[in-house]
Design a binder for this molecule. Structure first.
Ligand code: MLT
Length: 271
């Protein structure tokens, strides 16, 4: 699938698009997990729901999007600003927006900054709360590992948790794809994302004010953002539905692509 580009504040943003020619289809924006790239959405982009266009940005530094020249005061909002800029450049005035895990954190930031753009939410394998002290400590450990061993070390450390036990046992090709994708990312992009995740605010106060339809999905074997976290979101958001994906870990859209796409299509067919 070919990557397209727009320029936002003179910086290129790469994205994958199920309908590069545009047209009248309604839009779903899908935001990738850490430390991956838009390519993780290829299974969904290859089979968009009828009448819908899927757009998947590479967050800055990941996939085909370069880092900003000078990055100071890193915030999850940086990513949200880029996604908002991409939507404006493409003439998208409203979309269903969502993502997996860190993609969910970016979705919360986008919802904070530009709620008028969000017509529906998809929150998969993500959590609304900010990092605990313990989680921040673990992230410092990953930063140190990144300094010592680069992206390969991060891939080795994260792989056992990123995929569910079923995928690890039965779908070795997924593990190979994810490991390869992580190794292709730059250490600077990974470092920037870790710092942004550490400092992200609590999204619970935002969720109680959500007025758009919301689909929450979670792999039943997800260890990073387990079902209890998905249930917290569903309880907080006034119009949310929950789908728990069996035999599936943290990267639900990659591990159970057909089931993920089926739930996605059923959700947007009602909008
Ligand atoms: C992700 O999958 O995006 C990350 O594991 C999220 C996190 O570390 O909080």
């Amino acid at each position: 699938m070919n990557r397209s580009y727009v320029h936002v504040e003179s910086r290129a943003i790469g994205y994958l698009d199920s309908s590069p020619e545009g047209g009248t289809a309604r839009v779903i924006v899908l935001i990738h997990a850490f430390p991956l790239a838009a390519s993780m959405w290829v299974p969904q982009l290859s089979l968009p729901p009828d009448g819908w266009r899927l757009i998947a940005p590479d967050l800055r530094g990941f996939g085909g999007s370069p880092l900003a020249d000078q990055e100071t005061a890193l915030s999850m909002d940086d990513y949200a600003v880029d996604v908002i800029g991409l939507m404006h450049e493409l003439g998208v005035t409203g979309a269903v927006v969502g993502g997996v895990s860190m993609g969910g954190y970016v979705t919360f930031a986008l919802l904070r900054r530009a709620p008028e753009l969000v017509k529906g939410l998809i929150l998969a394998d993500t959590r609304a709360g900010a990092d605990t002290l313990e989680a921040r400590g673990q992230r410092r450990g990953i930063l140190a590992l990144l300094d010592r061993e680069g992206p390969s070390g991060v891939a080795r450390e994260m792989m056992p948790k990123l995929l569910g036990t079923t995928s690890r046992a039965e779908r070795p090709e997924i593990e190979a794809t994810v490991r390869q994708t992580i190794k292709q990312q730059s250490a600077s992009a990974i470092r920037g994302a870790i710092i942004r995740m550490m400092d992200r605010p609590d999204a619970m106060p935002l969720l109680v004010r959500v007025t758009v339809p919301t689909l929450v999905m979670v792999g039943e074997e997800d260890e990073i953002a387990p079902e209890t976290e998905a249930r917290r979101i569903v309880e907080a958001v006034p119009h949310a539905e929950l789908q728990v994906l069996p035999k599936c870990g943290h990267l639900s859209s990659l591990e159970r692509p057909e089931l993920f796409s089926t739930h996605l299509a059923a959700f947007v067919s009602r909008l």
